[in-house]
Design a binder for this molecule. Structure first.
Ligand SMILES: [Zn+2]
Length: 294
């Protein structure tokens, strides 16, 4: 066993969760580093002992983009946590993933509109209901509602998919109320145990589906799990951003997003943010931390 799984295990024990995989080889590429930043990483990689020296660790991480001086002690805590890369340490701490999930959560910022962050650190009230829900166009849906703007964007997306590929796609789970999410999570955790359920199902109040901005899709008559192998998934992965949607829980990014890879789950953020997130290979947590959070 390499040290990476051990570290993931240690972190998950700390967080009271099941072990989760560190970033895989399929994780999105981070933005290119400058020569100086690359030199700092190379120095550190060539001298493993430097990881355990506070000053050299601080110097190296201090040269990375999005370094946050206020979080220095939290970065430094990872000196003794093994084989996360320096960039991963930065991502983890900058998105608060070093804090305990759920218990460290704060209220989501409703004023962020389409860029609202809802995850294991940012929750919605039990009585929050989006104010402009509409029934999703029946031709593209098994039922349910989305925010009006999101429904329009989803219809455009499905029509473009059809025009460009001749393939079809349906929404099978859009807006969910707090109470529906509560019963879903109760069912999954009873079946699989809370730790396993936490990797794919949100506690009530912590689900993006309550925002009316998120939806799960499948091929007509298909299943969520089957979607990954479909041509529709390939198209969605490469084109959803043109319509304002992002693949929200990317492969190998569970240590940031808190969820296993979900090829079927898309989140509306608007075309500008979606294009930026797609082009830079970011998680929404990182985008929020760097460009939305004040
Ligand atoms: Zn979903």
């Amino acid at each position: 066993m390499s040290s990476a799984p051990l570290i993931a295990l240690a972190l998950s024990v700390l967080l009271g969760a099941v072990p989760f995989a560190p970033a895989s080889e399929t994780a999105p590429e981070p933005p290119a580093l400058s020569a100086e930043e690359q030199a700092a990483l190379t120095d550190l990689a060539q001298t493993p002992a430097a990881w355990f020296e506070e000053q050299s660790f601080a110097d190296a991480i201090g040269r990375l983009p999005h370094y946050d001086e206020v979080r220095l002690s939290r970065y430094l805590a990872y000196r003794t946590k093994g084989s996360w890369t320096l960039e991963q340490v930065l991502r983890i701490v900058n998105t608060d993933n070093d804090l305990p999930r759920y218990t460290a959560a704060a209220d989501a910022e409703l004023a962020d509109g389409n860029l609202i962050l809802v995850n294991k650190y940012s929750r919605l009230a039990s009585d929050y209901v989006p104010d402009d829900l509409v029934t999703v166009e029946p031709a593209y849906s098994n039922g349910g509602k989305l925010k009006s703007e999101v429904n329009d964007a989803f219809c455009d997306l499905v029509e473009a998919l059809w025009a460009e590929t001749g393939l079809h796609l349906v929404n099978i789970s859009p807006y969910r109320s707090y109470s529906l999410q509560s019963s879903l999570y109760a069912r999954y955790s009873a079946r699989d145990g809370a730790a396993a359920a936490d990797r794919y199902s949100a506690h009530a109040g912590y689900s993006e589906h309550q925002t009316g901005l998120a939806l799960d899709v499948s091929v007509p008559g298909g299943t969520l799990n089957g979607f990954k192998k479909s041509k529709q998934f390939e198209w969605m992965r490469d084109n959803a951003h043109r319509f304002g949607f992002i693949l929200r829980y990317g492969e190998g990014m569970e240590y940031i997003t808190g969820y296993k890879f979900e090829p079927w789950h898309y989140r509306y953020v608007g075309t500008e943010a979606a294009a930026f997130i797609y082009e830079n290979g970011l998680t929404f947590e990182e985008y929020y931390a760097y460009y939305v959070r004040k």
